[in-house]
Design a binder for this molecule. Structure first.
Ligand SMILES: C[S@@+](CC[C@H](N)C(=O)[O-])C[C@H]1O[C@@H](n2cnc3c(N)ncnc32)[C@H](O)[C@@H]1O
Length: 231
């Protein structure tokens, strides 16, 4: 991590991943030799990862955001950085979708797109807090290579990310190996995909998450500015 500088001039502050999480992320991309990356939640993290993959052949970073405004800002920052990595920004609105018994906010992307653009070596989940984070794992799992990793930001949060990881463990059992790095930023979840598996979406907590999804979807539709207040 010490070998990865994070410029104070570039780091946009609290809306982005914590600087130490950025350092870990970039160091992890480097150590893994990741070439193909997907992320949900565009921003400073895009630049940090793009810089790591830029020297590698056939590099590709697909950065997805639900907000046209923040996607454009992230693209602007990347374009003006001079980084030569191949980065594609996409906007995909968050909509409710059923995953077995769980109604979750999910990025609306054409069916099969992620698998067609993959396989990816690494996926970063830094979607807006409380919006879309659980579903991303289910959507991205098949597009990730076995031996690939998913990194989850803010992994210490008890009623949110820790609960998502429990659901993913229940759904994928032996096919994934999650580790929580509590001391970096507000926690980072590092989850290895060990093998292919079909998810057994858990019933536990389904009613609660489904009600929360409806509540959050209402907030998204009628008070989109509330998301900004949550960052
Ligand atoms: C946790 S942020 C993503 C941060 C990004 N991975 C980074 O490191 O900068 C989650 C969402 O917040 C939104 N966002 C980005 N910049 C923001 C800002 N300055 N204020 C409020 N929301 C922002 C984007 O829509 C993004 O998907």
């Amino acid at each position: 991590m010490d070998k990865v500088p994070v410029s104070r001039l570039e780091h946009p502050g609290s809306s982005a991943m914590d600087p130490s999480s950025c350092r870990f992320l970039a160091g992890f991309v480097r150590a893994l030799g990741a070439r193909r990356i997907i992320e949900f939640g565009s921003g400073f993290s895009t630049l940090m990862m793009a810089r790591e993959i830029a020297p590698l052949e056939n590099n590709y970073l697909l950065s997805i955001d639900d907000s046209p405004q923040y996607s454009a800002l992230a693209k602007e920052a990347f374009d003006s950085s001079g980084c030569q990595a191949r980065v594609e920004f996409r906007v995909a609105p968050l909509r409710p979708k059923l995953y077995g018994p769980r109604l979750l906010l999910s990025y609306s992307l054409p069916k099969g797109l992620l698998e067609a653009l993959g396989p990816f070596d690494l996926a970063l989940i830094d979607a807006p807090r409380d919006y879309g984070r659980e579903s991303v794992f289910y959507d991205v799992f098949r597009a990730l290579s076995p031996g690939g990793y998913i990194i989850l930001d803010d992994a210490n949060r008890v009623d949110a990310e820790r609960a998502y990881v429990r659901s993913w463990q229940a759904a994928y059992d032996q096919a994934i190996d999650p580790i929580l790095l509590e001391g970096i930023g507000d926690g980072l979840g590092v989850i290895e995909k060990l093998s292919e598996a079909k998810p057994a979406y858990p019933f536990a907590g389904s009613l609660k998450v489904s009600l929360k999804t409806m509540h959050n979807f209402g907030r998204l539709l009628f008070h989109p500015e509330r998301i900004i207040a949550d960052q």
